[in-house]
Ligand binder design. Structure first.
Ligand SMILES: [Ca+2]
Ligand SMILES: [Ca+2]
Length: 429
C-alpha cells in the first residue's frame, strides 16, 4: 500500500468515527438537556377506554421526569364528545393541555334487499338492517333511485354520523309488477250437511287480485271433518300471476240439514231483501258488552213488544220457505204485523245479523180453537253458548204472556204448545 493510499484510509476512518460521535452525542443530549414540552391537545377516539397517563400529554420530557395529573381523568366520559382542559404538574410547575374526544369512526352498516311494485317508492331507511355507530346517524340515498320500471335496481345509501363520518353501502331493490297478494273475503259462514261430498269451500266468498290477476285457487281440506256435527277448519289458498299467495283458515260448520238450508238461504246474495232493515234494527237493539243471551233476549223482546199477530197475511211461504225468509222479514219490518212465518222470518234475520246460528223449524202449534188443537206453525231454533234452544216470541203473545218461549228446550214445549217431526231437526240440549 502506498503512503498516499494509507493516509486516505486513515482519514476516512477518522471522519466516520467523528460522525458517529456527533450523532451519539446529539441523541444523548436530547434526553439530558431537552426542554419540557407539553402537547397543546391530545385527541382521543369516542368510545375508547380512557387509559391516558400524565406522560401522554407531553411531547418531550427530560430523562427521569415524573409529571402528575391534577385533573381527574376518571370524571371524563369517553362516550361523550367534547374538550376538557387538563392540568399537569412537573417539578412544581403547572402545565395545561386539552383532551379532545372526537368521532372519526365511520358507521358500520348492514342492508337488506328490498322489493316494491312499479310506481311505489321505498325509503332508504327501510332497506337498513342495522347501523352501528356511537352517534346518531342519518340515512339517505346518494341519489334518488329510479323505481319506475320492472328491474333490479342497485341503490347507494349513505349513512352519516353526527360528526360527518359517512359510509356508503349498496342495496339491491327488485321492482316488480305485483307484490299484492290476492284478497279473499268471506261473506257468510260456511254450513255444510253431515257427510257432504265435495262441499264448496268457496261458497259465500269473493276472491280478487290487484295488479297481475288471479292465477289459481286451491283448498287444503286435510283437517276438515264432515262425518260429525261440529266445526273444523279448511284452508283456502289463492295465488296471483306473480306468485303472491293468500291463505285463509275458514271454519267449516257441519250441521243438521234444516240448519244448513236456513243459514245458506239467508246468506244467498239473492235473498238480501231484509238485510238493511236487520242491520239497522239490530244496531238499535244491541249494545256493546251484551252477552250473547242478552242480545238474543233483546231480539225476542223487540218482537214481543213490537210485532202484532195477523193471520190474514200471505201464506205462500210453504213453497220454498227458506228462500222466502228475507221477503217476509222485509214485510214484517215495514208493517210490524203478520202470521208465524213473518215472526220467524224477522227473528231469523236479526239473529243471523248477530252472527248466531239459526234454524227455521216447521211443525205445529197449539190452537184452542182447532178441533185437533194443532196447526201448521213456524218458529226458530237458535244456538247460544254451544247449545240449541227454541225461540218463539209469537207464542208468548198467544199465551197472553203467561208462558215464555225464550231459549226453551224440546221437553219444555213438545206436546204442550209445539210439536214437530223430531227426526227432522236436531234436538235441544
Ligand atoms: Ca362514528
Ligand atoms: Ca296481486
Amino acid at each position: 500500500m502506498s503512503p498516499r493510499r494509507l493516509r486516505k484510509e486513515v482519514k476516512g476512518v477518522l471522519i466516520a468515527v467523528g460522525a458517529f460521535a456527533l450523532i451519539a452525542f446529539s441523541v444523548l443530549g436530547m434526553n439530558l438537556f431537552a426542554k419540557t414540552q407539553v402537547k397543546s391537545t391530545v385527541v382521543w377516539e369516542l368510545g375508547r377506554e380512557l387509559n391516558l397517563t400524565a406522560e401522554s400529554f407531553f411531547e418531550r420530557l427530560p430523562l427521569g421526569a415524573n409529571p402528575t395529573l391534577t385533573t381527574d381523568l376518571s370524571t371524563i366520559d369517553p362516550m361523550v364528545l367534547g374538550e376538557t382542559e387538563v392540568q399537569l404538574v412537573l417539578d412544581d410547575k403547572t402545565y395545561t393541555s386539552t383532551l379532545v374526544i372526537r368521532d372519526t369512526t365511520d358507521p358500520v352498516v348492514e342492508v337488506n334487499e328490498g322489493s316494491l311494485e312499479v310506481g311505489q317508492f321505498i325509503e332508504a331507511q327501510a332497506l337498513i338492517q342495522s347501523i352501528t355507530d356511537l352517534q346518531a346517524t342519518t340515512v339517505a340515498y346518494k341519489s334518488t333511485p329510479d323505481f319506475s320500471k320492472v328491474a333490479n335496481v342497485n341503490v347507494t345509501i349513505v349513512v352519516t354520523d353526527a360528526s360527518g363520518n359517512a359510509t356508503e353501502v349498496t342495496a339491491k331493490v327488485s321492482v316488480v309488477n305485483d307484490l299484492t297478494p290476492p284478497q279473499i273475503t268471506v261473506l257468510a259462514p260456511l254450513y255444510v250437511q253431515l257427510n257432504a261430498t265435495n262441499p264448496d269451500y268457496w261458497a259465500f266468498t269473493t276472491v280478487t287480485d290487484a295488479k297481475s290477476g288471479l292465477d289459481s285457487t286451491s283448498v287444503d281440506d286435510t283437517d276438515v271433518v264432515l262425518n260429525a256435527f261440529g266445526t273444523s277448519t279448511v284452508i283456502l289458498k289463492a295465488v296471483d300471476q306473480d306468485g303472491n299467495e293468500t291463505t285463509l283458515e275458514r271454519p267449516v260448520i257441519v250441521a243438521a240439514k234444516p240448519t244448513v238450508l236456513t243459514m245458506n238461504a239467508m246468506a244467498d246474495p239473492a235473498n238480501q231483501k231484509a238485510t238493511d232493515y236487520a242491520k239497522a234494527v239490530y244496531a238499535d237493539l244491541v249494545t256493546d258488552g251484551m252477552t250473547d243471551r242478552q242480545k238474543l233476549r233483546a231480539i225476542y223482546d223487540f218482537l214481543l213488544d213490537e210485532m202484532s199477530y195477523r193471520s190474514d197475511t200471505s201464506n205462500d211461504y210453504n213453497v220454498d220457505n227458506y228462500n222466502k225468509l228475507d221477503e217476509y222479514a222485509k214485510y214484517a219490518f215495514e208493517n210490524m204485523v203478520g202470521n208465524c212465518f213473518y215472526y220467524a222470518s224477522m227473528a231469523a234475520e236479526l239473529i243471523q245479523e248477530g252472527g248466531f246460528e239459526v234454524t227455521l223449524i216447521k211443525g205445529e202449534g197449539y190452537s184452542r180453537t182447532e178441533p185437533d188443537h194443532f196447526l201448521l206453525h213456524y218458529w226458530l231454533l237458535v244456538r247460544v253458548d254451544g247449545k240449541l234452544y227454541h225461540f218463539d216470541p209469537l207464542y208468548e203473545q198467544l199465551y197472553e204472556y203467561k208462558r215464555q218461549f225464550f231459549l226453551v228446550t224440546d221437553s219444555d214445549i213438545y206436546g204442550s204448545s209445539h210439536q214437530w217431526i223430531k227426526a227432522d231437526y236436531p234436538p235441544t240440549n
